[in-house]
Design a protein around this ligand. Structure first.
Ligand code: Z5A
Length: 210
């Protein structure tokens, strides 16, 4: 299948409160202003199965271990990738995805300390054979992240302690180091306008738009 030159799969990653949801609209605006089409999506979720599983995944009254979390995530990811992301790319769209597979390595691998090799096996088994072309890792110390989200009702994952998020951040850092061609670290402790401007600039350069 040949893809249009503008087709690009972009993910945003980082611990909670890093600013992914705040940066996404700026990226979408820049793409739309250049006359390109955007597909905005997220994980957990994105497809009908993933969105249904998201309700279970985030439910604070449930107690799930790492394996149970991974099985839910990868069922949803398979549906999301094959029924939404790949068709959008085939149609020449820029896919902007709030979290993708790096989050599983960071949260279930780092946070829950599940073996990374086991996650890799599950990923292959689930047919996740397409990674993002570009990933923005919004990097923020967990102490600052907690301050930002203090006022809201925590979901199931947000109840974890600081060490959980420190381990997740370490995995994001290791993955960024291992894939410098794909993952761009942005200092998310900077003012939001600066973070947005940096991400938009990098995306525009990748798409050769201004
Ligand atoms: N999860 C997983 O475990 N494994 C997986 O494979 C996947 C996900 C895919 C999804 O929750 C949960 O699923 C997530 C990981 C897990 N759990 N945790 N933790 P979600 O989708 O509901 O939430 P989230 O992805 O963590 O999003 P978030 O908490 O809303 O964070 P955000 O989108 O990065 O932040 P934000 O909403 O843009 O900003 C938070 C606040 O900070 C807000 O008031 C902003 O105005 C403020 N903000 C943002 N940027 C700045 C700057 N630069 N300066 C000052 N203030 C700022």
């Amino acid at each position: 299948m040949s893809l249009s030159r503008s087709a690009l799969f972009v993910s945003l990653e980082g611990i909670e409160g890093a600013g992914k949801s705040s940066v996404l609209p700026a990226l979408a605006d820049a793409v739309l202003a250049a006359g390109l089409e955007v597909e905005l999506t997220r994980e957990p979720g994105g497809g009908p199965l993933g969105e249904a599983l998201r309700q279970i995944f985030l439910n604070p009254s449930l107690c799930l271990d790492a394996s149970e979390e991974l099985l839910l995530l990868y069922a949803g990811r398979r549906d999301h990738l094959h029924r939404r992301i790949l068709p959008a790319l085939a149609a020449g769209k820029v896919v902007l995805c709030d979290r993708f597979e790096d989050s599983s390595y960071a949260y279930q691998g780092g946070g829950r300390q599940e073996a990374l090799a086991r996650i890799r096996q599950l990923s292959q088994w689930a047919g996740i054979d397409r990674e993002p072309d570009l990933t923005f890792w919004l990097d923020l110390p967990p102490e600052q992240a907690v301050e930002r989200i203090r006022a809201r009702q925590p979901d199931r994952l947000e109840r974890e302690d600081l060490d959980f998020f420190r381990r997740a951040r370490e995995v994001f850092a290791a993955r960024a180091k291992g894939a410098p061609h794909r993952i761009v670290r942005i200092d998310a402790s900077l003012p939001l306008a600066t973070v947005q401007e940096t991400a938009v600039g990098i995306l525009c350069e990748r798409l050769s738009i201004s």
